[in-house]
Design a protein around this ligand. Structure first.
Ligand SMILES: Cc1cc2nc3c(=O)[nH]c(=O)nc-3n(C[C@H](O)[C@H](O)[C@H](O)COP(=O)(O)OP(=O)(O)OC[C@H]3O[C@@H](n4cnc5c(N)ncnc54)[C@H](O)[C@@H]3O)c2cc1C
Length: 452
């Protein structure tokens, strides 16, 4: 049985917690500490909360360039949304739907009906408009995907070849799901983590695998008016820690020392956690995780090409771009325009290319599918956003660099973030999990709260 939430609520009374980093992990951690009775302050360097969910492009335009999708089974993240009062700002189907845009411009859909698992998936696959041999290959692959897990050293390509999964299934299903979930190509992604994540979604029943798409920009979902938050938010950039008891002291860029806390939670991206607390073996480990970029091209597109019932299209046979996503993505300067976002995950192929060259590549990717429905050259305003450190690469064996979230070997210093060992790749749910477990997680049990 888990600890009593009522006891949890009082466990931190009279104690003070400082959370550094206002992304999903930091917000989750700040709520958890507040709800457990701690006097909590959150320090964030940027103007807005939400972390990687928004960015500032080079030409100074603020853009919601964050996550495009979450799944119904992202329970901890949804729990954060409820605390922020923004869980209603999403469009979601009742069960898993996937849509592909094929190279001849036709679309293909997998729509699972609301039936108990795995019948929803079986029925969805049997109804797909593909040759019978491909439907049967998909069904056969499903059994292997939900079967015994491989060890951590194997990549997805090697695993699917060893399992004899048909090339059509690997191209149609595994490759786009791997890019979406892992932000890695199948040859680079750890098969075990990918299969565990898919298993979580499929086993959670039809609603658990349904995609949730934001209806509003992320800045409006994750960045509320600070006065509406139950803890204090302070602007500042942490530059280092001094080890003291009961908890390390945080040094800000302007020289201020934030002292007198019982706990300091570092809820930073991996490279930054390693830089700020190099003497902490757990956060130093994060420096070994390889960043994985995401490049997104935003182009104004006619609404007919991006119908609302198919907000995300996997580009079957896409070369560098793999998804086409419908807005809302309205940065300042782009309000009222419907943007299509072309996504290239794990996108090192674009390193060193100019904006113009990337725009042309994006336009020719669309031209191959939409042909004469498109003007000859890319329309403006168009934006190219490169997130070099969008996620980390969840390659074979990467978990040895992911310490568990929670207390570190330095007294009073805790870590959180999507890079800690959450059992998931870099996702909103992983980040939220690392920050708190409101009901029965060991981290915020009374014992954990009174721990180091
Ligand atoms: C383009 C893109 C697309 C994505 N798509 C998806 C998706 O579709 N689905 C999904 O689940 N996930 C997706 N992700 C991943 C997801 O956004 C992240 O896993 C998650 O937001 C990470 O949250 P976090 O709190 O761990 O880290 P962060 O969001 O990085 O939060 C860290 C915070 O710390 C702050 N900070 C950094 N340094 C300092 C400092 N020195 N002092 C003070 N503050 C500091 C930062 O400003 C930031 O607010 C995507 C990410 C990107 C970039």
């Amino acid at each position: 049985m888990g600890p009593s939430p009522a006891r949890d609520r009082h466990a931190g009374r009279g104690r003070r917690c400082l959370v550094l980093g206002g992304g999903v992990a930091g917000l989750s951690s700040a709520f958890a500490h507040h709800e457990a009775g701690w006097e909590t302050t959150l320090v964030e360097t940027r103007r807005r909360l939400g972390g990687r969910a928004w960015s500032l492009s080079k030409d100074g335009i603020e853009f919601d360039n964050g996550p495009h999708v979450l799944l119904g089974c992202y329970e901890r993240f949804r729990s954060l949304l409820r605390r922020l009062n923004t869980e209603d700002h999403f469009h979601h189907a009742k069960a898993l739907e996937l849509h592909w845009l094929r190279e001849d411009g036709e679309t293909l859909s997998l729509r699972c009906p609301v039936l108990p698992s795995p019948f929803h998936l079986l029925t969805g696959i049997l109804r797909m408009r593909i040759p019978w041999k491909d439907r049967l290959a998909l069904l056969a692959a499903g059994r292997r995907i939900l079967g015994t897990l491989p060890d951590e050293g194997v990549n997805l390509d090697a695993w699917s070849a060893a399992e004899g999964i048909a090339p059509s299934v690997r191209r149609l299903l595994l490759a786009p799901l791997c890019r979406a979930v892992m932000n890695a190509e199948p040859a680079e992604a750890e098969a075990r983590m990918f299969l565990e994540t898919l298993g979580t979604a499929f086993r959670a029943g039809p609603a658990g695998g349904a995609m949730w798409i934001p209806r509003l920009p992320w800045s409006r979902i994750l960045d509320p008016e600070p006065r509406s938050l139950p803890f204090t938010v302070r602007r500042g950039r942490g530059v280092g820690i001094e080890i003291r008891r009961p908890a390390p002291v945080l040094k800000l860029a302007d020289g201020t020392l934030l002292e007198g806390h019982d706990r300091l939670v570092l809820a930073l991206p991996p490279g930054e956690a390693a830089r700020i607390a190099p003497s902490c073996p757990e956060s130093a480990l994060a420096g070994n995780l390889r960043p994985s970029p995401i490049l997104t091209v935003y182009l104004p597109l006619p609404a007919t090409l991006l119908p609302p019932e198919r907000p995300i299209l996997a580009l079957d046979g896409g070369k560098a771009f793999h998804f086409l996503v419908r807005g809302p993505k309205s940065g300042r300067g782009g309000e009222g325009i419907l943007f299509g976002a072309l996504l290239a995950g794990a996108a090192s192929a674009f390193d060193g290319l100019s904006r113009e060259r990337i725009l042309l590549e994006a336009w020719s990717e669309l031209g191959r599918r939409f042909g004469t429905a498109l003007p000859a050259s890319p329309p403006e305003p168009a934006f190219v956003l490169r997130e070099r450190r969008a996620t980390f690469l969840p390659g074979p064996g990467h978990r040895r660099f992911r310490p568990p979230p929670g207390p570190t070997s330095i007294p009073g210093l805790w870590i959180a973030g999507d890079w800690t060992d959450t059992g998931l790749p870099a996702t909103l749910e992983g980040a939220a999990r690392s920050g708190f477990d409101p009901v029965q997680g060991p981290r915020l049990s009374p014992a954990g709260l009174s721990g180091r």
